[in-house]
Ligand binder design. Structure first.
Ligand code: NAG
Ligand code: NAG
Ligand code: NAG
Length: 423
């Protein structure tokens, strides 16, 4: 009896062992199948309707009544790809509840992007959050850099109406377009001239389209973020990020309501792009900068309400458009809170911004010599600091009439449509 019972226990143990092995194998098989199904090569996940968090996304419905350009194959392919789940879900299955989502917007400067991605890899806390990379155009080398990221969840999105993916039709350049200062009435060409008499230049104005499409998409059009009410941090392909950036930003967003009720945003860097900060024992409140800025859904809702101002102001830079029309329309100073040592640095030598109409493409070799000091590796903002306010600052503001480059009514229309895509 006793030995029989023992045998049965052994048998049972063996059976249990076998079932555990089988279950493990089945699990592994499912994981492999899942990973394969979410690889880029098979794009069978394009669904008309998705319900996320009780909200229904009907991707066909949302285009009704809009006059968006007819999409080519690449545009459709990229838009489908935007629905792929983030990468690295296996490495980072859970995100922190109070995460600050990071959005990196890129075009085609791989020499900078490599440095920026390397800098992000060293950011403390980044594995707690989702990194969204928003692409203006489709470039293999840029893609390879992003696909190599292993330090956090990464979601890639591609602007489906980027001028860079329309080689011979709007929003790219079309053979029917007017050129230079052509008079459309005399030459039977398409286009509306800007305030200085010039026709549109797709390569130059693509960044403003991308920025607006990206804002609308990450706040209102992605299942990963449309329920996110907290802050989203925005950085660009030539913004080098210090290791303490994420932890500093968490402190700033926590302090913002009490220390600076007038602040709409928190910034990683001073609004003067050449400054590395004052080095004072103090927080700084100043006008919104364009490097490493972050704000929450309340502020996005305010910005979205100014779509008409943003989309029709004759200025091809998104940031100058914000300074000259959108922020002034909020009816009071629009401050941003930051530390007094920068946590992000603009490394690109040829920005499209800052006034001059640099209409020619600018390429430099991206050699930089940035030393990260020890104080930039750990949070360096103290909770008991006071706030220094810069009340009067130079730069673009209400009254500036714009550098032009954004006079074509087709651009205005597409921009306005972006604001309606998900609402
Ligand atoms: C999504 O919207 C389109 C256009 O209005 C409609 O034809 C389609 O039936 C909708 N899909 C579902 C599943 O409701
Ligand atoms: C978002 O930020 C604004 C400006 O700082 C603040 O007034 C608002 O209460 C914040 N909203 C949420 C949901 O925290
Ligand atoms: C990059 O440019 C700098 C000056 O702009 C030059 O000193 C350096 O040699 C260049 N590096 C390469 C790899 O071309």
């Amino acid at each position: 009896m006793a030995s029989n019972g023992k045998l049965r226990t052994k048998e049972a143990a063996f059976r249990r062992f076998v079932s555990v092995v089988l279950l493990t194998l089945l699990g592994a098989l499912l994981v492999v199948l899942y990973l394969r199904s979410s690889s880029v090569s098979d794009l069978v996940i394009w669904e008309d309707v998705e319900v996320v968090g009780g909200v229904t996304f009907n991707y066909t419905q949302r285009r009704k009544g809009l006059t968006l350009p007819k999409q080519n194959e690449l545009s459709i392919m990229l838009e489908k790809r935007n629905q792929l789940p983030p990468r690295n879900l296996d490495l980072y299955p859970r995100l922190a509840k109070d995460r600050i989502v990071i959005v990196l917007y890129v075009h085609n400067r791989p020499q900078y992007l490599k440095l920026v991605v390397d800098s992000l890899a060293k950011v403390k806390g980044i594995s707690e959050t989702l990194l969204i990379v928003s692409h203006d155009g489709y470039f293999e080398e840029i893609n390879r850099i992003i696909e190599g990221i292993k330090f956090c969840q990464v979601k890639q999105i591609f602007a489906p109406f980027s001028p860079h993916i329309f080689p011979d039709s709007f929003p790219g350049a079309s053979p029917k377009d007017c050129k230079g200062k052509d008079d459309p009435d005399k030459l039977n060409c398409e286009g509306t001239r800007d305030q200085y008499g010039n026709h549109r230049s797709p390569k130059i104005l693509s960044l403003k389209h991308h920025w607006w499409w990206m804002m609308n998409t990450v706040w209102d059009g992605l299942k990963e973020t449309h329920l996110h009410v907290g802050h989203i941090l925005f950085i660009e392909e030539d913004h080098f990020i210090y290791p303490n950036a994420y932890r500093n930003l968490q402190i700033l967003t926590e302090l913002k309501p009490s220390k600076c009720p007038l602040c709409y945003a928190a910034n990683l860097a001073p609004s003067d792009v050449r400054s590395r900060g004052e080095g004072w024992e103090s927080l700084i409140a100043e006008k919104m900068g364009n490097i490493g800025y972050s704000f929450n859904r309340t502020v996005w809702t305010k910005i979205h309400a100014k779509a008409t101002e943003f989309c029709t102001f004759d200025e091809y830079n998104w940031d100058i458009t914000m300074w000259a029309t959108v922020y002034p329309s909020f009816g009071g100073p629009v401050y941003s809170l930051r530390g007094s040592r920068t946590s992000a640095v603009h490394i690109g030598k040829c920005g499209l911004h800052q006034g001059q109409r640099e209409l020619s493409a600018c390429i430099d070799n991206g050699s930089i010599n940035l030393k990260v000091a020890d104080v930039d590796k750990v949070p360096n903002i103290r909770r008991d600091w006071g706030v220094h306010e810069y009340r009067k600052q130079n730069g673009y503001q209400a009254g500036f009439k714009g550098w032009g480059g954004w006079g074509d009514t087709r651009d205005h229309q597409m921009c306005l449509d972006f604001a309606k895509m998900y609402r």
